[in-house]
Design a protein around this ligand. Structure first.
Ligand SMILES: [Cu+2]
Length: 677
């Protein structure tokens, strides 16, 4: 292990990291930076048997993954879900193609040797980006210039899912040039639950590649990356359709100039393009041919970000624009065509200034960020608009409405740290932060099951008059550190005015159509007042040279204060215990997960209570020879059949009951072989 000192956003951050040559990462990765609590977790592609790194993400305290399909995980952090919690890649965002988060942000994470999940816990400073209501999640791939050229090969097979994962990466590193190429392939047949029954729509297939380069010059550095990922036929049992394909490409190019007076100027160009088809008949049974639906969507995003940093100040400007289209057709009916998003555009401009001051006992940072979000949408159409009065009204209402919208707001964030004694730090964050609506919350004009990944089974309708969300947040915590024991405890409270959630629609035409099509009363995106609060405790104890114990506990609540109800799909209380034992060439990890039952449910979103569960995983790594590691794992050792509270609701049927939560993986044996040379 080595300590690297990084210069991030005007604050000095100590990051404990291991080069990813072996699979033996330390488990706990909680850190205090100069003024913020921060969590840095290397992506563990060898020990994590989930296709989308859910095991790694779930084990970060405060994070949970809501699953609508095996490769369609929607991140939740401290009760904020989906569009409420932006996920960045190297500091900038990507636009997903689908309005239902089938290509959710975390589905774009590709494991390279240097991929890390970075979270500003508490109230993220403005340098973490605009439209982060509280915390921010950033998936980074920092180049390790001190490393050496190498090739990494990894293969894993898991028995009962017949899943395969293959990954290869080559890094070429000289003093001033870095080149890396990574490719991966993963596929799985239907997997089985704890009762050995087939899990509905649990198959997937993905592959992709990434190239990364770095070039050091006398007083500057170029960095670039390009990623393409293709998702083939993959199930999403919690949604009305499955994935036919998702083709996702992104590119980033940045230049950092070491400016005079110890300053740094950085410029980044970034963009992505995703195309995606989904349907309700290729991969699942359908009752009648006229009910066939094919939804073709695309999205693209371009942006530029520039910043100037010195020891105490950081200032910057960012602009990005994204565009979306969506067309629903029926392959058995030539006329059938619902244009549900037509050239929707969402553009954002923000500026930020951030100040940090540090002395031997305390640190303080303060930031301001004015942001403007603009959206517009072109006219829509429906094949029935000539002969159905209600549809004609909705098309006409939307097409004649003023669809050019804008929101302005200013974020204010203060972070404070005080050293109480040599082992104990106190952190306090306060923030007033904002977020404009997602395009799906504004421009859905026809009642459809478009929920931005909530997948609650309801039909939704947009609201052109939505206000932006305003979060007033505080977060405070203590960090106790000795050579053998680290304890961190945090509590948080966010009062969010105009929080956007679905409330029963009062539009008669919409309600009638929704009842006619699917016998459901739709929800309309609405502003309500909400509150999120909770706590987290992280503990790491070095029992001996060879043994380490980690405990992570989290509790979160989300309340709609307007009608005193619970927010939807909030993670229940969780406790992780990880006991790691090193013995000669072996490392054993025993992981115990305890999840409480969840009775705090949202009836409006058809949510039902869930029971708690306990699951044990055992993963052993054997260092067979230099560079050669073998990982043998048994996940869910006692073959517990359980449904996680955040699992999607089965809308397909199959061996598992319809309208109930999808089961988790049953007992799963896996073997992985990694070779680095
Ligand atoms: Cu989709």
């Amino acid at each position: 292990m080595k300590n690297t000192l990084k210069f991030i956003g005007g604050t000095t951050l100590f990051v404990v990291s291991l080069h990813a040559s072996a699979s033996d990462y330390e488990v706990i990765t909680v850190h205090g930076s100069a003024t913020h609590m921060q969590d840095v977790t290397p992506l563990d592609s060898q020990r994590d048997i989930s296709p989308d790194f859910t095991d790694t993400l779930n084990a970060i305290n405060g994070i949970s993954v809501n699953h609508n399909g095996p490769v369609t995980g929607v991140l939740q952090y401290r009760g904020l879900i989906g569009d409420h919690i932006p996920v960045l890649f190297d500091g900038v965002g990507i636009a997903g193609a689908g309005p239902n988060a089938m290509d959710s942000p975390i589905s774009h994470i590709m494991a390279t040797s240097n991929t890390q999940v970075n979270i500003y816990k508490g109230v993220a400073p403005v340098i973490a980006g605009p439209e982060t209501l509280t915390a921010s999640v950033d998936i980074t791939q920092n180049i390790d210039w001190d490393s050496f050229s190498n090739t990494q090969l990894f293969w894993r097979g898991t028995d009962n899912g017949k899943a395969q994962y293959i990954r290869a990466q080559h890094e070429e590193i000289t003093e001033d040039i870095y080149l890396s190429g990574t490719g991966f392939y993963q596929t799985s047949d239907h997997s089985e639950n704890g009762n050995s029954a087939q899990r509905s729509q649990s198959f997937y297939k993905r592959y992709g590649g990434q190239g990364q380069f770095g070039l050091k010059q006398d007083n500057g550095e170029w960095l670039g990356s390009f990623q393409h990922q293709y998702t083939g036929p993959s199930g999403t049992a919690a949604l009305n359709m499955d994935i036919n394909y998702i083709a996702a490409t992104w590119a980033r190019l940045s230049y950092t100039w070491e400016a005079p007076a110890n300053a740094e100027v950085k410029m980044t160009l970034y963009g992505n393009r995703n195309t995606h088809d989904m349907d309700n008949f290729s991969l699942r049974e359908i009752s009648e041919p006229m009910a066939k639906r094919l939804n073709s969507v695309d999205s693209q995003l371009q942006g530029v970000k520039a910043s100037w940093t010195n020891a105490t100040w950081q200032a910057g400007l960012q602009w990005q624009t994204q565009a979306h289209n969506s067309l629903i057709t029926n392959p058995n009916s030539e006329n059938f065509a619902i244009v549900n998003f037509n050239d929707v555009q969402r553009s954002r401009t923000n500026a930020f200034i951030h100040y940090t001051t540090t002395d031997s006992v305390q640190s303080f940072s303060f930031g301001v960020q004015p942001t403007q979000v603009k959206m517009h949408a072109d006219n829509v159409s429906h094949h029935m608009q000539q002969n159905q009065v209600s549809i004609a009204k909705l098309v006409n209402d939307f097409n004649t409405a003023d669809k050019a919208l804008s929101w302005q707001f200013i974020d204010w964030v203060g972070n404070y740290k005080r050293v109480l004694n040599p082992n104990l730090d106190w952190f306090f964050d306060v923030g007033l932060k904002h977020k404009a609506p997602a395009y799906t919350q504004v421009y859905v004009w026809f009642p459809l099951g478009i929920s931005g990944g909530l997948a609650d089974g309801n039909n939704y309708i947009g609201e052109l008059a939505l206000k932006h969300e305003t979060a007033k947040s505080i977060n405070t915590g203590l960090l106790w550190e000795t050579p053998t024991l680290t304890i961190q405890a945090q509590i948080y409270l966010s009062d969010i005015d105009d929080y956007i959630t679905g409330m029963p629609s009062t539009n008669e035409a919409v309600n009638m159509l929704s009842m006619m099509m699917s016998n459901k009363t739709p929800l309309q995106w609405s502003n309500v007042n909400s509150q999120l609060y909770g706590m987290e405790i992280d503990l790491s104890y070095q029992i001996s040279q060879q043994q380490n114990l980690v405990l992570k506990a989290s509790i979160s609540r989300g309340r709609n204060m307007d009608n005193s109800t619970e927010l939807f799909r909030i993670a229940p209380a969780k406790l992780y215990a990880i006991w790691q034992i090193e013995h000669e060439r072996w490392t054993y990890r025993i992981k115990q997960t305890l999840v409480q039952n969840q009775d705090n449910i949202s009836l409006l979103n058809n949510e039902t209570p869930s029971t708690g569960y306990a699951v044990t995983d055992v993963i052993s790594t054997y260092r067979a020879a230099t560079g050669l590691t073998v990982t043998i794992g048994v996940n869910n050792v006692f073959a517990k059949n359980y449904q996680d509270h955040l699992a999607g609701i089965n809308r397909v049927g199959g061996a598992e009951p319809i309208s109930e939560r999808l089961s988790a993986l049953g007992r799963t044996f896996s073997i992985g072989i990694g070779y680095q040379f």
